[in-house]
Ligand binder design. Structure first.
Ligand SMILES: [Zn+2]
Ligand SMILES: [Zn+2]
Length: 356
């Protein structure tokens, strides 16, 4: 809208008063990046601004970019605005962007979750007038169990497979999810057997370690073969590795996927998986509602996900809310919790459920 501190341009979310974009999808001069997932941190911008904890993963993903970083909460003046970054709890270095001009405050959430995660700083509620929120899992059906419960399920599945002489292949996004699982299973490794990482996971592990996050040391596929351990391994690989020759080296294997989408009935079957673990790097429905309330915003703009359900929920409670179409997420292969195809994402099935 006219006069808004942040508005939509063909390149992405734009702040005219500060002359910068937030997670733009087309090349721009100055890009403030919430986090290093592919749909938010794209190549081709002239200057990047991100959080200091995101530095190594940004470099891992984007190479030799012109990158400036800010510590959490450190203010920076851009044009007429004061910009600062605050933890979003999504992956290492993931930030909410706070923009202030003459006392008016906007916050762009990026992707976020409220659950504790040993691999990144916890989500920090930031008070604002207008909150631009994601809504990847913005339907009441999405409610997560605790990480401890989910990790116990994964460990149990791994133990059962090992007892049956089968490898356990856990498909998960290479940036964020894999490290969260690894950190969570660090203790189990000694009991259950070796862990092996796909090359894309190994590269991100190195970036996390360089950032000071404790990620257990695990085998590459080559090292594992050389060691030829008797115990069948737990293998962490990106979803794109499903059905690939790379996986065939592990022989008989149970294939599972760790994603919030596994909460949807039928999603596991449609992807021909043996198991699905509900583990998401995004807020579930109660998390979205809690974060929006904690922002104290009188106005909420809802982006990528189930905009309609959140907008309706907020409108019924007297909050000014509307949806904004962006180009985050949604596409196959994005390094975030996005559905791979429309048929893994039965919107209609769940929109019929009451949001209360
Ligand atoms: Zn996203
Ligand atoms: Zn993301």
């Amino acid at each position: 809208m006219q006069g808004d501190l942040i508005s939509l341009r063909p390149e992405g979310l734009y702040c005219e008063a500060g002359d910068f974009y937030i997670d733009p999808w087309r090349p721009v001069d100055r890009a403030v990046i919430t986090h290093a997932h592919a749909d938010h941190a794209r190549v081709g911008h002239r200057h990047y601004l991100a959080s200091e904890p995101a530095r190594e993963v940004m470099r891992c993903r984007l190479g030799a970019i012109s990158l400036q970083t800010l510590r959490w909460g450190e203010p920076m003046t851009l044009g007429d605005t004061r910009v600062s970054l605050h933890p979003a709890g999504h992956i290492l270095g993931s930030a909410q962007v706070r923009v202030e001009r003459r006392g008016e405050v906007w916050v762009v959430s990026g992707d976020y979750k409220l659950q504790a995660d040993p691999t990144c700083a916890p989500f920090e509620p930031v008070r604002c007038d207008t909150f631009i929120t994601e809504s990847t899992f913005g339907l009441p059906v999405y409610r997560w169990q605790t990480d401890a419960q989910c990790l116990a399920e994964i460990a149990g599945w791994w133990a059962d497979n090992a007892a049956g002489g089968r490898a356990s292949v856990l498909l998960c996004y290479a940036l964020g999810k894999a490290q969260r699982v690894l950190a969570g299973l660090a203790q189990a490794q000694a009991l259950l057997g070796p862990m092996v990482a796909h090359g894309s996971v190994t590269a991100v592990n190195a970036a996390y370690r360089a950032s000071g996050v404790a990620i257990p040391d695990i085998f590459t596929a080559t090292d594992w073969r050389r060691n030829a351990a008797d115990t069948p391994p737990l293998v962490l690989a990106p979803p794109s590795a499903a059905g690939s020759p790379w996986l065939s080296r592990f022989g008989d294997a149970s294939i599972a996927f760790a994603s919030g989408w596994m909460r949807v009935r039928g999603a596991r079957r449609r992807r021909a998986l043996d198991r699905g673990f509900v583990l998401s790097d995004h807020a579930d429905w109660p998390g979205l509602v809690q974060a929006i309330e904690a922002s104290g915003a009188q106005r909420v703009i809802v982006t990528h996900g189930f905009e309609a359900a959140i907008v309706r929920y907020l409108s019924e409670r007297g909050v000014q809310a509307h949806a904004l179409r962006t180009e985050f997420g949604g596409e196959a292969g994005a390094e975030s919790d996005t559905p791979v195809s429309a048929d893994t994402h039965p919107v209609a099935e769940h929109l019929s459920e009451s949001p209360h």
